[in-house]
Design a protein around this ligand. Structure first.
Ligand code: BDP
Length: 692
């Protein structure tokens, strides 16, 4: 066991489950006229063979089948059954038992082939998670249109913020060599309903748009297509200059517009179902329309016009912050984009990170959600754990995603969650993107438990209203074991792991306190870099009186970017949620917390709780070795040991630094950091991964 099979292991079910399932599903009728149908068929055969312990028979005449899969067009039997397929759309499906000529059939039916593929994966999941399929009755369709992985992969195979080896894309050997891993990647994504992949880094190289690289992308598109997945590219805004020989990339310049229109034609000749572009513009030094005095809307619309005749979309990122330093970086995206609401073409989505800073262990939801009703806003989550301990910390991000998605925006009124905002608010387009955590490591994600984050992201992109806990439970059952003595403690450990990392890294609303550049480990003392808003001291603002970033009306007033009811709540020191306290306010060290402790004592208490939680995760795992194969057990155990050391390091280094500022003693019973502050400050990590 090396984790390669992910959650698609298809190990034999216990006899008590396998026998009735074989009796119910052991003879199948499934079409194989085109590549999508063949993908569904191969997966069904592979899955059932493994789970049932023997290959199902394929019915010779459709009516001899017990399990029937297809669309009204691909299967005469499905057509005859007159199932209520209306309204399911191109990707929806239903799974049911129906009576037909005196026999009970199990049917996976859909209006379109991709729907049957998703239905097959769903049926297999029901078996894998030990559910009774005897009276199965499922009707599903995705709540979001674009369900995307964004790879931050460079053409030299390095991966920005990647902790799972090199890029999965072996660009140099493409298009001639199609690594079988690409197909397994597509299968895994399709099993979750993901339907798009952005192949290259948002910090894009214009090379990706040259003919040689478009051919490589086309080869990958060919692998993805049978699995319902479209290929997209990150577009570098200045490509017309860099590879087009033009003097400008001004979006209103006719030659520039022509260049992009021609480029789009060229791409669609090679990749007829190309999805479109993601763009990072005027952000962290990337080129963009503002270089020419134009707006983000001008830039996005120019690309949208080029893609429009072919049905492509533009995902324009809202992660922008300019070189002029404002009073608060958290306010920039909202200030720049809200005035542009209603100014984008229909085939543009604005892609917004979950919070206003940058994928921190905890951020309040981004105030843009709900604030641009005339524009489809898509969610951008990070799956790779740039700020959450890289691959060795066990942190289940389902809990983080759920917290953001379930946040009430109060826009237009109370009860309107972020999930509802991204579901489209009546727009034709909607979506969710996850920054992939996938690389060349045999186990894909750098650790077994990081596979759960890919999994949870995919399931939530299909339906952002789902419960993170239920998803974790499915993943554990599919990945490890169905035994409740294993499932329950592991799910509990996963669900608690997110609060643990918040506690030992950045409790009570603290944020952005990690080492510069590589973002590994604590460095709350760090200052003096080329931009103040890259420095931890900019974010915590600790002095001898207190700590925290004042974003209330007495400070940057970032709270005013939220709906009035929320703005009021966040502005009010007595009503702001404590978990976000230091995000929104600069607070005296002796501020009284709900627990009765002072802020300082409460901070120390949180650090301790985080470290203790990791110790207890280790204990939990140590008791479960009997349920897990040795290689996967061992890797998780070793990583938990690393996590415990690093959690302790975060706690000790942070406390040593805060004490150097506030001069306060530790509460009784709390151990002093074992080293002086200077020791923690002296640690350097020039080769930490993920930063280039
Ligand atoms: C930050 C990363 C940086 C990315 C940037 C982005 O540190 O490497 O380029 O986000 O999202 O989190 O564009």
């Amino acid at each position: 066991e090396d984790g390669y099979d992910l959650w698609l292991r298809y190990l034999p079910l216990p006899a008590a489950q396998a026998q009735p399932a074989l009796a119910q599903l052991g003879t199948v009728s499934i079409p194989r006229q085109n590549e999508v149908q063949r993908a569904a068929r191969d997966e069904l055969m592979r899955g059932l063979s493994g789970l049932l312990g023997q290959a199902p028979r394929e019915a010779t005449a459709a009516d001899a089948a017990l399990l029937v899969v297809g669309t009204p067009a691909s299967s005469p039997l499905v057509a005859q059954l007159r199932l209520p397929l209306k309204g399911l759309g191109a990707e929806g499906y239903l799974i049911r038992r129906v009576e037909h000529e005196g026999h009970l059939l199990t049917v996976v039916a859909a209006p379109g082939d991709v729907g049957t593929l998703y239905g097959v994966f769903h049926l297999l999941r029901l078996l894998q998670t030990g559910q009774d399929v005897a009276s199965v009755d499922v009707r599903e369709q995705p709540r979001l249109k674009l369900r995307m992985l964004d790879h931050w992969d460079n053409l030299d195979r390095s991966v920005e913020r990647g902790y799972a080896g090199e890029s999965i894309w072996d660009w140099h050997k493409l298009p001639g060599w199609l690594d079988p891993r690409y197909t397994d990647y597509a299968r895994a994504n399709a099993s979750l309903g993901l339907n798009g992949t952005v192949l290259n880094n948002v910090n894009a190289s214009a090379q990706s748009l040259t003919p040689a690289y478009l051919e490589k992308a086309a080869a990958l598109a060919g692998v993805m297509r049978p699995w319902g997945i479209r290929v997209y590219l990150s577009a570098r805004f200045s490509a017309p200059i860099e590879i087009g020989g033009l003097k400008t990339a001004d979006p209103l310049d006719p030659q520039v517009r022509r260049w992009w229109a021609d480029k789009a034609d060229e791409i669609y000749r090679l990749i007829p179902d190309f999805g479109g572009f993601v763009v990072k513009a005027n952000s962290e030094g990337q080129p963009g329309p503002q270089d020419y005095g134009r707006s983000h809307a001008d830039g996005a619309n120019m690309l949208a016009d080029a893609l429009q005749p072919h049905g492509g979309v533009v995902m324009w990122r809202a992660f922008v912050y300019s070189h002029e330093q404002p009073d608060d970086r958290a306010k920039q995206a909202y200030s720049e984009f809200v005035p542009l609401d209603g100014k984008f073409r229909d085939n543009v989505l604005l892609q917004v990170k979950n919070g206003a800073i940058d994928f921190q262990p905890r951020e309040p939801f981004h105030p843009l959600f709900g604030a641009m009703p005339k524009t489809p806003l898509m969610m951008e989550f990070q799956i790779t754990k740039e700020y959450l301990g890289f691959a060795t910390h066990l942190v289940y991000l389902g809990a983080l995603y759920e917290e953001t998605l379930q946040s009430d925006t109060y826009r237009p009124t109370k009860g309107h969650t972020v999930a509802q905002v991204i579901e489209g608010q009546g727009h034709a387009l909607s979506g969710m993107a996850g920054v992939a955590n996938i690389g060349s490591d045999r186990n894909w994600s750098g650790s077994i438990f990081d596979q759960a984050n890919w999994y949870a992201f995919g399931r939530l992109a299909w339906n952002p209203q789902q419960s993170a806990r239920a998803i974790a439970e499915d993943w554990v059952r599919m990945t490890f074991s169905q035994d409740p003595a294993f499932v329950q403690p592991v799910v509990r450990m996963m669900m608690d792991s997110r609060e643990a990392v918040v506690d030992y890294m950045t409790p009570l609303g603290l944020h952005h306190l990690m080492g510069r550049g590589h973002h590994y480990g604590p460095a709350p003392w760090d200052a003096g870099s080329e931009r103040p808003d890259w420095d931890p001291v900019y974010y915590h603002r600790a002095d001898h009186l207190g700590i925290g970033f004042e974003r209330g009306s007495a400070g940057s007033n970032a709270v005013a970017q939220y709906a009035p009811a929320l703005a009021k709540q966040f502005d009010d020191l007595s009503r702001v949620p404590e978990r976000d306290l230091l995000w929104f306010h600069h607070v005296p060290w002796d501020h009284r917390m709900a627990s009765g402790r002072t802020l300082w004592d409460e901070m120390v208490w949180h650090y301790a709780r985080g470290v203790d939680e990791v110790a207890s995760m280790r204990g939990t795992w140590a008791g479960l070795s009997a349920y897990v194969d040795a290689p996967r057990y061992q890797q998780v155990a070793s990583f938990l040991a690393i996590q415990q050391q690093e959690a302790q390091w975060w706690r000790d280094a942070s406390i040593a630094y805060w004490q150097s500022i506030n001069g306060l003693p530790l509460p009784a019973g709390q151990a002093a950091p074992p080293h002086p502050l200077s020791y923690y400050q002296s640690l350097k990590f020039p080769y930490a991964p993920g930063h280039h």
